[in-house]
Design a protein around this ligand. Structure first.
Ligand SMILES: C[S@@+](CC[C@H](N)C(=O)[O-])C[C@H]1O[C@@H](n2cnc3c(N)ncnc32)[C@H](O)[C@@H]1O
Length: 330
């Protein structure tokens, strides 16, 4: 189903100083929103997507692991939507448990808009920004036990280098790790600008991005176990969707998109084949139909309006009736 643009809330009602939601129109179409459908927004943020979904007639269960996002949405979304929205501070990796506690068996859609919000990035005290001085924190859930400073000051040089290479895809990972270990001999590194200045000295500037971008990204991903949460969240969503229900996932960098893409392939293939098998076998994990063959990306109009949307990719799956309790054949 496609929702005509005229039925969308005006963009100024969903854009807030908290976060500008990306690909709103595409998300509404992806989730095939109809009046009364129950959709989980697993990444509420400033509630931009949630408001658009509510406006299109959906009921919303909104999750965010950041209590600040929940507080903001109590003021800005609940007020707007009353009892058609329920908000829970939780990690979407435990979406199935959250729904169990709310006594909701199945839902019609799940939206995951992965990553951090502009509010989290922009507030120096959250520790995500390499442009402002703040505590080296980066926890989305402030009850989380490990902050970025713990990793920067305690991890071994090899471990840091591996982290920056794997999660940041930083070519100068080794040099960055060495500089950190060297600098922390003089005292702990617990300020974002301190770390950014240090990295500027050993990572060459390539293109418009700040040299610390990839190391900060890697730290953020490790602190919040972002890839682990995403992998668990996809499985949890599959358990909670009713047949015909839609899963829409927006990612912002290649590691996340690869994970989602692999999940899509693994759960949409009807048959598996291996050279050692006499014939193809049914895939016990086949539980979705791909709605789009390729990932969707923002339009030029959106890119001009919101440059932060530039790396967004939206993938959409539809739950089929088949079950997936059997393990993959050995
Ligand atoms: C990109 S923002 C979402 C913006 C939102 N769609 C909007 O319209 O404002 C991502 C949000 O998801 C939250 N988040 C990220 N990973 C999460 C997880 N594993 N569980 C719950 N919330 C998460 C972050 O705290 C952040 O508020």
């Amino acid at each position: 189903m496609s929702i005509p643009s005229s039925d969308l809330p005006p963009i100024e009602t969903i854009v807030s100083d908290y976060h500008v939601p990306v690909m709103v129109e595409e998300v509404l179409t992806a989730l095939a929103v109809r009046r009364g459908r129950c959709i989980v927004d697993g990444t509420l943020g400033g509630g931009g997507h949630a408001k658009a979904l509510l406006h299109a007639g959906a009921k919303i269960i909104g999750l965010d692991q950041d209590i600040g996002a929940i507080g903001y949405c109590i003021q800005h979304v609940v007020v707007y939507a009353g009892d058609t929205v329920r908000l829970v501070q939780a990690n979407f990796r435990r979406l199935d448990l959250v729904l169990q506690r709310l006594k909701i068996e199945k839902v019609d859609g799940v939206l995951l808009d992965i990553g951090v919000s502009s509010r989290q990035l922009d507030r120096a005290e959250r520790g995500f920004s390499f442009q402002k001085s703040g505590p080296l924190d980066m926890r989305m859930d402030r009850a989380g036990s490990v902050a970025a400073a713990d990793i920067v000051n305690e991890a071994g040089q090899d471990e840091l280098a591996r982290m920056f290479r794997v999660y940041g895809e930083e070519p100068a990972a080794g040099r960055a790790a060495h500089a950190i270990v060297d600098a922390r001999r003089k005292g702990p590194i617990d300020d974002t600008l301190h770390l950014a200045r240090l990295l500027e000295q050993v990572i060459p500037k390539r293109g418009p991005r700040h040299p610390a971008t990839k190391v900060f990204q890697a730290l953020r991903m490790v602190v919040n176990d972002e890839l682990g949460a995403l992998a668990d969240g996809l499985e949890a969503a599959a358990k909670c969707l009713s047949p015909g229900g839609r899963l829409a996932v927006i990612t912002f960098h290649s590691l996340e998109d690869r994970l989602v893409k692999n999940f899509c392939r693994e759960t949409t293939l009807a048959q598996l084949d291996r050279p050692e098998w006499p014939a193809p076998r049914a895939n016990p994990r086949c539980m979705f139909r791909a709605v789009n063959r390729k990932a969707l990306t923002p339009t030029d109009r959106e890119l001009a309006r919101n440059p932060r949307s530039r790396s967004a990719k939206l993938r959409v799956l539809e739950r089929t009736a088949s079950n997936f309790t059997a393990p993959l054949p050995g």
